[in-house]
Design a protein around this ligand. Structure first.
Ligand code: HEM
Length: 492
């Protein structure tokens, strides 16, 4: 590939010499987040690797990443045109497609408006603070019953398969106003295929960078394409039903709200960037796709840590008993008075770093970072895992210790330390579901832990080894047990 000349006074980002044709693929193909964190110790926060013949900029270190994504936000807000991303939402994904101009901006605004109205905005019709609280409380309560029933019937269970349906039900309630049973086969086959998406969309997948590989038959690529098609057609059906029953005087959910915004000629999305209504399903695809698997992973990793560190689980439960008691269920407004629970969630985000990289970025123009020249259209990887395990930021980063986020007497959460945890990206491309995700994780965990104590069957240990893909997953564990902590007076 022809490289542009570096202007005088600047330098090319340093990086390891790669092999001809392959570049650095061999060093990066396994546990890419670890390999790149290791290389960054040698080459620094702004480093260049080659995947195949394509140069890729890799950013590490919180200050450098803040500089790029926040202070030089415009320069670094693009998305690269990667072959696998063209299959997501038919090439029309807001999150994965190469567009970062006016259409992306209009879509993002619509998605944010719709999300807000049906999640965290005050609910006019319910006794809950907001619809999100209502949906999560209901699903978490259902999970408690489900886990206890599984204990009675089978004496043990594998939690992921139940968490994923509960979390999906929350996003389904917001997007479409519907709920699925835990044995609904159509939903199960969809949510259980998330791994097929993550395997191919994994950051640094050689097939995205080495053209020859795109012409070789690949089972994982076929599964990925099938998954994306199935996902879109599943949503298409529901969106179509919404059109057929749409009533502008009764906006029922996120899908209706998106239809309404498309039809509203007044909104700024007018003129050149008006979103045609056929494209709504792609936006729903983004919200739904990003919303079910990530939150499920957060809860699933949480349970793995809780059974590995029973003392930490006990401390959360003591805090819940003290601050909330046993007479009422936790609410979102309890967040501020449960610092240890909040510290646990931050430590689970940091330690697992289950979204190890952001979605890849690309430069929208020639730019300079830390004295290095970076041409337009350079693909950029942001190593979130490295930030969360950086010895310069964290004492003993490999140990799991929620107390690192608390004041010395344990009474206060240290907000500044919390902001050092990088899991939702930063700047213009920052996750639009961050608040919803954090609130969901809190309320699910608080509701489950108020009532249940989790452990593993005797003789079993949780395997916390992360398996690399777009996300970091743990092996599923079938040896979970749950014990009811106290008899519930009058249900919820
Ligand atoms: C983007 C993390 C939950 C919607 C992202 C990005 C990350 C992320 C790392 C990419 C940022 C970048 O490229 O710089 C997470 C985590 C979650 C979570 C860790 C849960 C714990 C959600 C939820 C929703 C959502 C619940 C929606 C309801 C999105 C969308 C984008 C995005 C639409 C694309 C933004 C864009 O490209 O402009 N998320 N996310 N996410 N997320 Fe999330």
């Amino acid at each position: 590939q022809q490289r542009p000349a570096v202007p005088e006074g600047l330098r090319r980002p340093p990086g390891p010499r790669g092999f001809p044709v392959l570049g650095n693929v061999l060093e990066l193909r396994k546990d890419t987040h670890l390999a790149l964190a290791r290389l960054s110790r040698r080459y620094g926060d702004v480093m260049e690797v080659r995947i195949g013949s394509r140069p890729v900029l890799v950013l590490s270190g919180l200050d450098t990443i803040r500089q790029a994504l926040v202070r030089q936000a415009e320069d670094f807000m693009g998305r690269p045109d990667l072959p696998s991303f063209r299959f997501v939402a038919d090439g029309q994904s807001m999150a994965f497609s190469p567009d970062s101009g006016d259409v992306w901006k209009a879509r993002k605004k619509m998605a944010q408006n719709a999300l807000k109205s049906f999640s965290v905005a005050p609910s006019p019709t319910s006794s809950s603070t907001c619809l999100l609280e209502e949906h999560v409380s209901k699903e978490a309560e259902y999970l408690v019953t489900k886990f206890l029933q599984l204990m009675e019937d089978e004496k043990r269970f594998e939690p992921y398969q139940y968490l994923v349906v509960s979390v999906t039900n929350v996003i389904c309630a917001m997007c479409f106003g519907r709920r699925y049973e835990h044995d609904d086969q159509e939903l199960l086959s969809l949510v259980n295929s998330a791994q097929q998406f993550d395997d191919v969309a994994a950051i640094g997948n050689p097939a995205d960078f080495i053209p020859l590989l795109q012409y070789l038959p690949s089972r994982s690529m076929k599964l990925f394409i099938d998954f994306n098609r199935y996902f879109l057609s599943f949503l298409q059906k529901i969106v179509k039903e919404h059109y057929e029953t749409y009533d502008e005087n009764n906006i029922r959910d996120i899908t209706d709200s998106l239809i309404e915004q498309c039809l509203d000629k007044k909104v700024e999305t007018k003129t050149a960037m008006q979103i045609p209504k056929e494209k709504i399903v792609n936006l729903v695809n983004d919200i739904f796709g990003a919303g079910f698997d990530t939150v499920t992973l957060a809860l699933s990793w949480s349970l793995m840590y809780l059974v590995t560190y029973p003392d930490i689980q006990r401390k959360i439960q003591e805090e819940l008993d003290q601050r909330i008691g046993r007479e009422r269920r936790p609410r979102l407004s309890d967040r501020g008075s449960l610092p240890y629970t909040e510290a646990f969630i931050l430590e689970m985000f940091r330690h697992s770093s289950f979204v190890p990289f952001t979605i890849p970025h690309s430069t929208t123009k020639d730019t300079v970072l830390n004295g290095c020249y970076i041409p337009k259209d350079t693909c950029v990887f942001i190593n979130q895992w490295q930030v969360n395990h950086d010895e310069k930021l964290w004492k003993d980063p490999e140990s799991f210790n929620p107390e690192r986020f608390l004041s010395a007497d344990g009474s206060r959460l240290n907000k500044e330390d919390g902001e050092k945890v990088l899991l939702f990206g930063l700047g213009k491309r920052r996750c639009i579901g961050e608040t919803i995700a954090r609130w969901q994780v809190f309320l699910f965990l608080a509701t489950l832990l108020q009532q249940l104590e989790f452990s593993l069957c005797e003789g079993h240990k949780a395997d916390l080894t992360p398996l690399y893909s777009l996300t970091l997953r743990h092996k599923r564990c079938e040896h979970f047990q749950a014990r009811q902590r106290f008899a519930i007076k009058g249900g919820s």
